[in-house]
Design a protein around this ligand. Structure first.
Ligand SMILES: *[C@@H]1O[C@H](CO)[C@@H](O)[C@H](O)[C@H]1NC(C)=O
Length: 307
């Protein structure tokens, strides 16, 4: 009985913890922060969980990496995790409900997501997370540039499913989000977008893939749209590209069809040639037989004459 009670309690704690992780509404942080290289970036965090949640943690997630804790603070001085120092990061905690976190002397590698979490006491109490601060570090000689977007049609070699590829390129800084629409309806299930944008010179590029059933693709009226939302520091600028589904060419790539047709032509020619040769052969046989019987009858005749 106690085991069941304990199990249920653990489940409840777990569910609350998940809720705390997912629903960031109780912990509010600065959502976007754009700063230049060399500057300091200070982000705020507040919560409405009450005075007992006086412990504050700061984490960061760099592109393509997992989340790491940097510092923990309560009213006393902050405590740093190994590898993080007060020369680079600082945290303040003026009261139970709020705190700040600063990344000093910014370098491009500081760009990423920074999370604030609050807990009640130590250990077993679930932390409540904010939705993260997205820090962008601008380099001095780089102009803010929106992306160009292009959707590429699926490979002809794919059979059952078709993969459409969207490429956003030439943008700076790396602050975009990608969504797909099929006939104006947002697709979320079969979408895969790169976690990290690729840096080529001064600009970034990013790709996203949409997978659809081939029967969906082979509908000439269907419209597939890739929408990239680019944030330029003040506004979100939508940039999009679309392609229309194709007519089914028998589910076979065109060059394969061509080959098959050529093969068919060849086979047909061989057949015709064969039957022609066969015909000639038969005619020859007939002629030969006729000749034989002709000779024979003349021999018979001559024999007859001789007799
Ligand atoms: C951002 O976009 C808005 C609207 O298009 C424009 O007015 C503004 O100048 C842009 N800012 C930058 C930094 O390009």
């Amino acid at each position: 009985m106690d085991a069941i009670k304990h199990g249920l309690l653990s489940l409840l704690v777990f569910l609350l913890w998940i809720k705390g992780l997912v629903d960031g509404s109780d912990v509010i942080q600065t959502s976007i922060l754009w700063k230049h290289k060399g500057e300091d970036a200070t982000m705020d965090c507040r919560h409405t969980k009450g005075a007992s949640y006086f412990q504050m943690y700061w984490y960061r997630q760099l592109p393509g990496e997992r989340m790491r804790q940097i510092v923990y603070s309560q009213s006393t001085k902050p405590e740093y995790e190994p590898g993080f120092t007060m020369e680079k990061f600082s945290a303040t905690k003026p009261d139970a409900d709020s705190g700040t976190f600063t990344v000093k002397n910014l370098v491009p590698e500081d760009e990423g997501l920074y999370f604030c979490a609050v807990t009640m006491c130590s250990g077993s109490y679930p932390p409540y997370f904010g939705e993260g601060t997205r820090l962008t570090v601008l380099e001095p000689d780089h102009d803010v540039t929106p992306p160009t977007v292009q959707v590429f049609k699926p490979s002809e070699k794919e059979c059952k499913v078709k993969t459409l590829v969207c490429v956003a390129s030439g943008f700076y800084p790396d602050h975009v989000s990608v969504s797909w629409e099929v006939d104006g309806l947002t697709e979320t299930d079969s979408v895969a977008t790169d976690n990290t944008a690729l840096k080529e010179g001064k600009h970034y590029s990013l790709s996203s893939r949409l997978t659809v059933q081939s029967k969906t693709w082979f509908k000439p009226s269907k419209k597939f749209t890739c929408r990239v939302s680019f944030f330029n520091g003040t506004d979100t600028i939508p940039v999009e590209d679309s392609i229309i589904g194709e007519t089914d060419s028998g589910g076979m790539p065109n060059d394969t069809k061509m080959k098959i047709m050529q093969n068919a032509k060849l086979t047909y020619s061989v057949l015709i040639a064969k039957s022609f040769i066969y015909g000639v052969f038969i005619m020859f046989l007939v002629w030969k037989l006729k000749g034989l019987s002709g000779k024979q009858s003349s021999r018979e005749r001559s024999c007859g004459l001789n007799n």
